[in-house]
Write a protein that binds this ligand. Structure first.
Ligand code: TXA
Ligand code: MG
Length: 335
């Protein structure tokens, strides 16, 4: 099947939703917007469709996927929610939070999608198009970010096309995504909830809701060396072609600049290529622009992209996490 761009829909458009559901039922791959980034969706219960999804992304098989569901009640039939998980689901769903919980017995999600783990990552997206597709399809949809493994996550339909044209069946174009970084992932299994990946929901909001600090993941595995707890946390992820130089305080020749805030760095006058994540210094605006600006600067093929310092709080935690990974020495990437 050939990838085709549908007309742009920001509100649920019944024809587009039904087309997406038909492709999913037939075992095909549909890219669609969420509030965080574009996802590449497959029928979570269909192992062959999931295998096709890994192949389209070029993603190693051991990296488990997030199952997207329409509401918390549906999530509760797939995963086991302890008190902390139930509290977070009630406070933040729909929204940019993924909860990793034990699977219910008879969990319909294919073992390939969960990489054989006995836990499952669940998320209720807060986007009318994603919700519309889930309603039309009527079951869980696994969806990693709709990029080739190791590339930056897509925040527009054009990014999806650039990476996955001819490898997927349909893109539902809902315009640019609002949040721009992936969901925050919290594991609620036993004991203190663990922050597996900082993301579009600030840690501070989660900790305030729980009334306790989130734990840091142990660098342990699920018995298998190839199955880290949050494989997306492997180094060298979200990588542009250009080298990234973080916390830059001046610009060198042949660099592009990813700026943040109102301050102007020495050397900026002679710069060819500069984009500002948020001229007013707002980490929410910066997160929304992060991946699109990285792609745009990388397209000029600079030697390096100098990145100004981003504050640590709020969505700054997720932004700095993605920038550190993008700057890490290149290794096998994991999607
Ligand atoms: O915002 C998002 O989360 C986007 C949109 C499309 O929903 N999705 C996304 O998916 O970022 P992906 O596949 O790129 O990242 C999923 C992360 C990976 O780091 C994976 O290792 C982790 O979730 N994960 C999935 N299942 C897990 C599990 N059972 N235990 C621990 N980590 C898990
Ligand atoms: Mg990804």
């Amino acid at each position: 099947m050939v990838a085709k761009l549908t007309t742009r829909v920001t509100q649920p458009d019944r024809t587009a939703m039904r087309a997406a559901a038909r492709v999913l039922r037939a075992g095909g791959l549909v890219a669609f917007p969420t509030e965080t980034v574009y996802g590449l969706g497959a029928d979570a219960a269909n192992g062959e469709a999931v295998a096709r999804l890994y192949a389209a992304k070029g993603r190693p098989r051991f990296n488990p996927l997030i199952a997207h569901v329409i509401d918390a009640a549906t999530a509760g039939r797939i995963g086991v929610f302890n008190a902390a998980a139930a509290k977070l689901a009630a406070a933040f769903w729909p929204g940019p939070l993924t909860l990793v919980v034990p699977q219910q017995s008879g969990c319909p999600v294919s073992a390939l999608a969960t990489a054989g783990l006995d836990t499952i990552a669940l998320r209720v997206p807060d986007h009318p198009v994603a919700q519309g597709i889930l309603a039309a399809f009527g079951g869980p949809v696994v969806a990693p970010s709709a990029n080739r493994s190791g590339h930056v996550s897509p925040t527009s339909a054009a990014h999806v096309l650039a990476d996955l044209r001819d490898r997927i069946d349909l893109i539902v174009n809902g315009g640019a995504t609002a949040i721009g970084v992936e969901s925050t992932i919290v594991a609620c299994i036993d004991g203190t909830p663990v922050l597996l990946r900082p993301g579009g929901l600030a840690r501070e909001a989660i900790e305030a809701s729980l009334g306790q600090a989130l734990a840091i993941p142990e660098q342990t595995t699920h018995g298998d060396e190839d199955a880290p707890l949050a494989p997306g946390q492997l180094a060298s992820h979200y990588a542009p072609r250009a080298r990234l130089r973080l916390n830059a305080t001046l610009i060198e020749s042949d660099e592009a600049l990813l700026a943040f805030g109102p301050d102007v760095l020495p050397g900026t006058e002679s710069l060819q290529h500069m984009l500002n994540l948020s001229p007013r210094g707002d980490t929410i605006e910066a997160a929304a622009n992060l991946f699109a600006h990285l792609r745009a600067l990388d397209a000029f093929r600079p030697d390096a992209i100098a990145v100004m310092r981003i504050p640590a709080g709020g969505l700054g935690e997720a932004i700095n996490d993605r920038l550190r990974r993008a700057a890490a020495p290149r290794a096998v990437s994991t999607g």
